[in-house]
Structure formats: C-alpha cells, structure tokens
Design a protein around this ligand. Structure first.
Ligand code: ZN
Length: 380
C-alpha cells in the first residue's frame, strides 16, 4: 500500500517534468505571429454592405474594428459584412494565436456617396416639341457606367457628354394632352441603379382643320403607293443618322418666307376625307429662292420623291435630321458635308404642293418635331 503510493508519486513527478519540457519546447517553437490574408473592397457605396474575408494560417482570435465598432471571433477564416460609411475609413484587423503572437493589419475602405442625379428638362411642352434632357451627377459620388432616358416608358437615344449625358426626346405630335413620366436611370460602378422620375405636362397644339384644294393633277400623286415610296426612302435616310452631334451653333430658319402652314396644323386633302397633321413648317417664297441648311451636317438624301418632290435630308447627328421639300432645284449631293447657312437648293413646288414654298421638317429619331422649337437653340 505504501509502496504503491510512493511509486505513484514518482510517476506523477516524471510526468510533470515531461509536460514542463513539452510546454517549454512548444513555446520555443511558436514565436511566429499569424500570417493574414485579407480580401476587402477598396471602394463601396456608402450605406451598402461590403464583404470582408480574413484568413489566417492558424486558428486565431480576431478583433476587427470599423467605424467605432469592434467584432471578435475565434476562428481561422472569417467572412463578415460591414456597413460602409462615407469617407476613407480604416478597417483594423488584429489576430492573436494561442501563444499570444499577434498580427495587426489595416485596410482602408472608401465609402463613396451614391450618384446624386440631377435631371434638367422643361416641365411643360406642346405635343410635337422636342424635349431636351440634361443629366448630371456630382463628381465626388460613385462613378456612372450607364444612363437611360425614357419618356412614357419609351427609351430615347442617350448621348454620353463626358461626366454627364443628354437626350432629345421626340414628343410625338399625336401625344394626347396629359402628364407623362420622364424617367432617368443611372447605373453606378457598383451595379446599383438610381432612378429619377419627373412629370412632364404635354399640352395640345391647337388648330382648326383646314381643307386643302389641290389641282386634280397634283391630287393624283396622293396615293398609298406614293406614300410607301416616300416612307421607305426617308426611313432609310433616318436610319443612317450618326450618333455624334455634328453641330455646335444654334439652328436657324432655312429661308425667309411667310408661314403658310404651321407645324401640327390639321388638314384634309378632300372634303370629308381623313384628317392628317402637318409634320413640318411651310414657308411661302417666290420660286427659286435659295434654301439654306438649318445647321451643320451631312446630306443623307438628295433626290426626287412623289410627295416631297425634290427633297434634301441633312443629318445633324444625335439622330436629328432636317428635311427640305418641294425644291425646284437641288444643289447638293448625298454624302456631302454642309455648313449652317450654306445654300442646298432652290425653293419650288415639286411633289404634293399647291404653290412655291419650302416645307421644312426637323425629325428626331424619325419623329417630326416642331421646327420653330429649334430656331435659336443649340439644344432643344
Ligand atoms: Zn408642308
């Protein structure tokens, strides 16, 4: 009994010595601080979640601080979500291993504000007016990767102006009076979309229905076949319009004449016949009066068509095309560059016309807009 007790004591003593030796060798071996691998975004939108992943080469006690709060956890790999705050703020990562070795790292997370989108556009216009839309955002916010503009749900062409965007919305003459949403959606560098909706009031273009008396010979040209040829040729020309604007100066009236028919006026070509709406502005002038280009551009089309007669279409870029109908003589050719004020032809009464005049149109994406809304403006 005594013998056994002594033996047991000795055995315990040996075991204690062995354990002390083991602990000493362990302490000698681990003086190496943990190695850390950090995956964190450098920029994130303020107010949105940012994911941080830390990996150590051994199990550690983490202490992660950001924006005045600290989180701790014993693990080796840790993925946590931080709510990004505005400004450049450090994320401090401290990892301590079982032997007390500590590694500290810092990552800077820049919280940028969401793009603050400003939309400038007229709040009220008449049916047929072109609606110019300017889109701007603060330079210190998140970068913008895409802009879309839609009027009443229908998308418009958007031009990147470098640090901003522009669109010319053709509000069709057939638009019923009322309030329509203009929606601008911006996609930022983080893939978030920010939408702004502005109410646009459309008022009617008032006018009475006029009956136009055509010579039987002229009236005979007003056939569905003639209109089909017309639309095909003009449609092909509009499709060729380039995206980049070709003009820098305000648009000008192409001829000094008396307005004989306003844009949007309603007319019948036969008593009791269908009402059609005038898609241009008629300026009555003596036969042979020179016609000037309303602005800089490239001639898309210069030929004779059954309704518009001798017609010239000028592409101003940004899907804006001007048209000059019923010329007695065309003085330019397709593909030719013209400058604002340059003579492109002589006025006449070719095609579906009752007397010498210039029928002038301003189309946006093929949609007729009020020519007078362009005069004196670089942008509608
Ligand atoms: Zn006309």
């Amino acid at each position: 009994m005594r013998r056994y007790r002594r033996a047991g004591f000795i055995l315990l003593g040996v075991l204690t010595a062995a354990l002390a030796g083991l602990a000493a060798s362990e302490a000698r071996r681990d003086t190496t601080p943990p190695k850390l691998y950090i995956e964190a975004p450098q920029r994130a939108e303020a107010g949105t979640p940012a994911q941080l992943t830390v990996t150590a080469d051994e199990p550690v006690t983490y202490r992660i601080g950001y924006d005045g709060t600290e989180r701790t956890k014993v693990t080796q790999d840790w993925t946590l979500t931080l709510t990004t705050v505005a400004g450049s703020n450090p994320v401090t990562i401290e990892a301590t291993d079982g032997s007390g070795n500590r590694t500290e790292e810092q990552a800077v997370l820049q919280g940028v504000p969401a793009p603050d989108v400003q939309v400038t556009a007229r709040r009220e216009l008449r049916a047929g007016d072109p609606l110019g839309v300017h889109v701007a955002w603060r330079p210190d916010g998140a970068g913008v990767t895409g802009v879309s503009v839609a009027f009443d749900g229908k998308p418009a062409h958007v031009l990147d102006t470098g640090g901003g965007a522009e669109a010319i919305v053709p509000v069709a003459l057939s638009t019923a009076p009322g309030t329509y949403p203009l929606t601008v959606t911006v996609t930022d560098e983080f893939g978030f979309t920010h939408g702004t909706t502005t109410d646009i009031q459309v008022t009617p273009l008032v006018g009475s229905v006029e009956t136009i008396h055509l010579d039987p010979q002229v009236a005979a040209t007003d056939t569905p076949e003639a209109w089909a040829i017309e639309q095909k040729a003009l449609g092909a020309a509009f499709a060729e319009s380039v995206a980049t604007p070709q003009w820098q100066q305000p648009f000008e009236i192409p001829i000094a004449g008396v307005t004989s028919a306003g844009f949007g006026s309603a007319r019948r070509y036969q008593p009791g016949g269908p009402v059609s709406y005038h898609t241009g502005l008629d300026l009555a002038v003596p036969e042979g009066t020179p016609i000037h280009a309303a602005n800089d551009g490239t001639v898309l089309l210069a030929r004779e068509l059954p309704i518009s007669g001798n017609v010239v279409a000028i592409d101003h870029g940004d899907h804006v095309v001007s048209l000059y109908f019923h010329q007695s003589k065309i003085l330019v050719q397709a593909g030719q560059k013209v400058t604002r004020g340059e003579v492109i032809g002589l006025a006449g009464t070719t095609g579906l016309s009752t007397g010498p005049h210039l029928h002038w149109e301003m189309r946006v994406d093929g949609v007729p807009t009020n020519p007078l809304a362009w005069v004196g403006h670089v942008f509608p």
